[in-house]
Design a protein around this ligand. Structure first.
Ligand code: GDD
Length: 316
């Protein structure tokens, strides 16, 4: 957004503002170029206050409790934050900035137990987790504000998007960060759950471009954003370990704790609409994504060993 000349504002919780050293690692290089406001998805007045002070043109509503496994552990908080938070954002915009374009971060998790392959905009939803259910509710809220109040509320349905800034609890980063630690002699094994789960993994850098394009379209609509390739967690491991000359079978251990009560076994998206209508196309393929993440984590481990501040960033 900055490179396109936008003035960028973000919402952060007060706890994060009070602990910038740890909480802002991923945006440390941008802190002097964005304006951050204290607000919480759990508080309508805090969102209303921020929206009332600035004349926003576009709103990218990406904030959520986004870790599927955690949503099984505490479904109540996930539902409260994700559903009410989306409703608060939409209600505040309707009240104060009805012309602001709104992007809702829908997810391929909404397809869950899939009824057709590949999944596209018209594929029915069958979510398999409190997280997936909360995203379906947010998606429908967004569509309802469009239909009821004429707001420009658009829905992206993004498949998994990864990169060097991914949180360590998600499987891709868990794998690449552990590969780097094993290579550096700081870890001896990698404990994972279901290795046969299939995901359609793309690079976050490509997917945020799609979000922007979705809001530049002449109508608010739904768009699937996907690489249209699917790989198993096992294949991700195989490639990540081979990047540093190791065989994953010697290090990966199956751990029942990382299985989910209800799994989304296989996802792969049909990105025809976003490609043809918006001209979007990804610039990374699967092996480039895995390579970049492993190489970045090797650098992080080396800089920590050398006592340098850890760098988290992309290469392009
Ligand atoms: N996290 C994790 N940890 N996942 C594991 C593990 C493990 O140790 N072992 C196997 N997996 C499997 C999960 O069971 C799942 O099938 C797959 O790896 C991917 O898990 P995650 O990386 O946690 O992502 P996700 O697919 O559940 O959800 C992500 O993508 C969605 C888009 O489809 C998140 O980013 C969601 O917020 C996002 O909506």
């Amino acid at each position: 957004m900055l490179s396109l000349g936008y003035e960028v504002h973000g919402l952060v919780r007060r706890v994060a503002l009070e602990d910038p050293e740890r909480r802002f690692t991923r945006i440390a290089h941008l802190l002097d170029r964005v304006q951050l406001h204290a607000a919480s998805l759990e508080s309508y007045p805090s969102i209303f206050a921020v929206v009332s002070h600035h004349d926003f043109d576009e709103c990218y509503h990406l904030a959520a409790q986004s870790f599927v496994a955690e949503s099984f552990a505490d479904g109540f908080s996930t539902m409260n934050t994700n559903i009410n938070g989306t409703h608060y954002m939409l209600a505040a915009l309707r009240e104060l900035r009805p012309q602001c374009r709104f992007y809702f971060a829908g997810s391929s998790e909404m397809f869950g137990l899939v009824s057709e392959t590949p999944q596209r905009e018209t594929t029915p939803f069958h979510p398999r987790s409190p997280y997936g259910i909360s995203k379906v509710a947010g998606f429908e809220l967004s569509r309802n504000y469009r239909e009821a109040y004429g707001m420009f509320a658009a829905n992206g349905i993004l498949f998994n998007h990864e990169g060097p800034r991914r949180g360590f609890e998600f499987v891709t980063r868990k794998i690449t960060s552990t590969v780097a630690r094993i290579k550096a002699g700081q870890a001896t094994e990698l404990r994972l759950g279901n290795l046969e789960a299939r995901r359609d993994w793309g690079h976050a850098k490509d997917y945020v471009r799609a979000m922007h394009l979705i809001l530049q379209h002449d109508r608010p609509e739904e768009f699937v954003v996907a690489s249209s390739e699917s790989h198993t967690v096992r294949e991700f491991c195989e490639l990540a370990f081979s990047e540093v000359g190791l065989d994953y079978r010697e290090y990966v251990r199956i751990d029942e704790r990382f299985y989910r009560p209800a799994e989304v076994e296989s996802l792969v998206g049909d990105a025809t609409k976003v490609r043809t209508v918006l001209g979007w196309h990804p610039t990374y393929n699967f092996s480039e994504l895995v390579r970049e993440m492993v190489q970045n984590d090797l650098k992080v481990v080396l800089s920590q060993t050398a006592g340098l501040p850890a760098a988290i960033g992309g290469q392009r």
